[in-house]
Ligand binder design. Structure first.
Ligand code: OGA
Ligand code: MN
Length: 291
C-alpha cells in the first residue's frame, strides 16, 4: 500500500495518510509504519471508522496488548479498551473518567513493565470550536538533550520512583472525586512504587530520553529528601519550560499512536459537559523493563 507521511513538527509527530485501519496491514506497509513510529514517536491517522474489534486488531499488529490495572473503566466485552468519556449513565453517574489526566505522564510508568505505546481513538468529539479537549505531547529526547550539562550528569545514574496514586504525590492536587475515583486499598496494593532509570535508552533508536513525569515520579532512589525534591523540582521546571512539542485538536475518527518510552503527554483539560460528548477508546501495547 502507498502511504504518505507528513511530519507534524520538527521534534515529533507525523500524520500518515492513505490507510484504512479497518483492514489488516500488509507486511511491507507495517514495516513502514513501524519505522515511522520509531522515527517520529507520535503517529496520527485521520478519518477512521473503527469498531472496538478493529482497533484491537490494528493495535495487536504492533505487539501484545495490556489490560489496564484499574478495571473499572474497561469496555464491556473488550477489556483491552480503556474508555475515556464525559458521558453520564441514566442515573447521572459518570460513564468513565473524562480524560487521561492533565499532569504530564507516560502511560503505566508506575508498573514494572511500563506501556511501550498507546493508541487513542476518538469515537466522538465535540464539533463546537473553542471547546478545549486537546492532548499535548513532549519529547523525552529533547527534554534530555536540552538539559544543562551539570544536570545531565547528575541524573544519568539515578532512578526515579514512580507511583500511580495521585493522592500520594505532593506535586499534584488531590483527586477530585467529581471526575475520578480515589484509589482503593486493593488498587494501591497492585501498584506499589517502582523504580526506573531517570534517563532511559530507547531500545530501537539507542537515543537517551528523560524518563520522569510530574504525574507519576514522586521521588529519587537513594537521595536525601531535600536533594531529591530540589532535583525533581529543577527537572519538572525544565520539562515545563520545554512546553508542548505537539498539541492535537481531536476530530471524530482520529487515531493517535504514541511511544511512551520517549514522550510524555497530557490532556489539556476543561472537557465540556454533555451534550458535547468526548468519547475516546484507548488500547495499550505492553512494554519492557526500562534501562
Ligand atoms: C491517555 C491520555 C489524554 C487525553 O489516554 O493515556 O493520557 O487527552 N489521554 O485524554
Ligand atoms: Mn495517558
Amino acid at each position: 500500500m502507498e502511504i504518505l507521511l507528513k511530519p507534524l513538527t520538527d521534534t515529533l509527530g507525523a500524520e500518515i495518510k492513505g490507510l484504512n485501519l479497518q483492514y489488516p496491514i500488509d507486511d511491507g506497509t507495517l514495516h513502514k509504519l513501524k519505522s515511522a513510529f520509531t522515527n517520529h514517536s507520535v503517529l496520527l491517522f485521520r478519518d477512521q471508522h473503527l469498531t472496538p474489534e478493529q482497533q484491537i486488531s490494528f493495535s495487536q499488529q504492533f505487539g501484545p496488548l495490556e489490560i489496564h490495572v484499574s478495571k473499572k473503566y474497561l469496555l464491556q466485552g473488550h477489556p483491552e479498551i480503556l474508555v475515556l468519556s464525559n458521558e453520564k449513565n441514566s442515573d447521572g453517574s459518570r460513564v468513565s473518567i473524562a480524560d487521561g489526566g492533565t499532569g504530564w505522564h507516560s502511560d503505566l510508568s508506575y508498573m514494572e513493565r511500563p506501556a511501550m505505546a498507546s493508541l487513542l481513538y476518538a469515537v466522538k468529539t465535540p464539533d463546537t470550536p473553542g471547546i478545549a479537549q486537546d492532548t499535548a505531547w513532549s519529547s523525552g529526547y529533547r527534554a534530555y538533550e536540552t538539559l544543562p550539562v551539570e544536570l545531565k550528569k547528575r541524573v544519568e545514574s539515578l532512578k526515579g520512583i514512580h507511583l500511580f496514586d495521585q493522592d500520594q504525590n505532593p506535586r499534584m492536587p488531590p483527586i477530585d472525586t467529581k471526575y475520578r475515583d480515589k484509589h482503593t486499598p486493593a488498587l494501591r496494593a497492585l501498584t506499589p512504587p517502582k523504580e526506573h532509570p531517570m534517563v532511559r535508552t530507547h531500545p530501537e533508536t539507542g537515543r537517551k530520553a528523560l524518563y520522569i513525569s510530574i504525574r507519576f515520579t514522586i521521588g529519587i532512589a537513594g537521595l536525601p529528601e531535600d536533594e531529591e525534591n530540589e532535583l525533581l523540582d529543577a527537572l519538572f521546571a525544565h520539562q515545563a519550560d520545554q512546553g508542548n512539542d505537539y498539541v492535537h485538536q481531536w476530530r471524530t475518527g482520529d487515531l493517535v499512536l504514541w511511544d511512551n518510552r520517549c514522550t510524555n503527554h497530557r490532556a489539556l483539560g476543561q472537557i465540556s459537559e454533555p451534550p458535547n460528548i468526548r468519547r475516546m477508546h484507548r488500547t495499550t501495547l505492553s512494554g519492557d523493563v526500562p534501562y
